[in-house]
Design a protein around this ligand. Structure first.
Ligand code: NAD
Length: 330
């Protein structure tokens, strides 16, 4: 079984090689993304293993089918970058890793909140330079604040529990509410009520046509002045230009994002010696109350272990004609 692992980083290689010892698949690691320009690299491979910024539109899927690829093994939970209709049309199966560590992402959302609020990133740099002043480092108590959670699936649930543990009031919105969360103390409300009542809003729903640009001028207008918005889900949930405008208008008080709509050609790469062309990203980086991490919320050793194990067991099921536990269908 020949597997092409795209967008691979040294940590992917390390964890994959460790867990491949149980399977002995023939792995080839490509640094590059899989997209229309690179799909010719898939010749003679049975499986492509891809991540969040690989682009598997119809054209790429057609090329994969022509090259003999039979399985797209996503090593992430989201699958918004795969044209599932085209995959079905060309007879290529798609699997994913539905839950590698909800806690990893939920804890990163908390890290964004606490860093933005208590400005530990600024304090760290100041102290390194011998500046022990406390000017402009005032934060707020998270205790007793109202946190709005949009999407209470695996990650949203873990995040709700963390915030309840910190003594917050937690409001939630989901198309399918979870009874167990209500018992734990979460209050499900309408989106409007969530926008109106929350000091901090954290996004944990998938990117779908219904959720694209959920955070925009209109929704922000309903929020509290100085609201903190946290996005560890998918960049497309936020209309970035609208958020930039509202940051400038001092309506949005804090923005913490681990994902960005145009992250594809920037995130995961060292661009420190290059000129960044994306003016919106440059604007965001320039705000003192914006914190950006480069899609790292998943990056814990527990999650990388789970990703490797699940990808290989998905491939094993496929190779052995078993029913696919983690198949994604349209
Ligand atoms: P999940 O499928 O367990 O939960 C998603 C929840 O969103 C479900 O409860 C669903 O009912 C809800 N939902 C669907 N449509 C909605 C809508 N229109 N409005 C509100 N809620 C809606 O998924 P999960 O494992 O919790 O992951 C959530 C998202 O986190 C994924 O879609 C993925 O994009 C993102 N993610 C990011 C990282 C990272 O490293 N930053 C890692 C893993 C996952």
């Amino acid at each position: 079984m020949k597997i092409a692992v795209f967008s691979s980083k040294p940590y992917d290689r390390r964890y994959f090689e460790t867990y491949n010892k149980d399977y002995n698949y023939e792995l080839s690691f490509f640094d590059t993304n899989l997209n229309a320009q690179t799909s010719n690299l898939t010749q003679d491979f049975d499986v492509v293993c891809v991540f969040v910024n690989d682009q598997l539109g119809k054209e790429v899927i057609k090329a994969l089918a022509n090259n003999g690829v039979k399985l797209i093994a996503l090593r992430c939970a989201g699958f918004n970058n795969v044209d599932l209709e085209a995959a079905e049309q060309y007879g290529i199966k798609v699997t994913r890793v539905p839950a590698y560590s909800p806690q990893a992402v939920a804890e990163h959302a908390l890290a964004l909140i606490l860093t933005l609020n208590r400005k530990t990133h600024k304090a760290y740099n100041r102290v390194k330079e011998g500046n022990f002043s406390l000017d402009n480092l005032i934060g707020f108590n998270v205790y007793n604040k109202t946190v709005g959670v949009i999407g209470t699936g695996k990650i949203g649930q873990a995040f709700c529990k963390i915030m309840l543990g910190l003594g917050c009031k937690v409001l939630a919105y989901d198309v399918t509410p979870q009874g167990a969360l209500e018992e734990a103390g979460v209050t499900y409300v309408t989106l409007e009520e969530l926008y109106k009542g929350s000091d901090i809003i954290s996004l944990h729903c998938p990117l779908l046509p219904a959720t694209q640009h959920l955070i925009n001028d209109k929704s922000i207008a309903q929020m509290k002045t100085q609201v903190m918005i946290i996005n560890t889900s998918r960049g497309g949930l936020i209309n970035t230009e609208d958020v930039v405008k509202n940051l400038k208008d001092r309506k949005v008080g804090y923005l913490g994002i681990d994902v960005y709509e145009q992250e594809e050609n920037v995130f995961f790469e060292d661009k420190s010696e290059q000129i960044i062309e994306d003016d919106t990203l440059l604007k965001l980086i320039s705000f003192p109350n914006v914190l950006i991490t480069s899609h790292q919320a998943f990056l814990t050793s527990e999650a990388l272990t789970e990703i490797s194990k699940t990808v290989f067991s998905n491939i094993y099921e496929f190779v052995n004609n078993q029913s696919l536990t983690n198949e994604v269908k349209q």
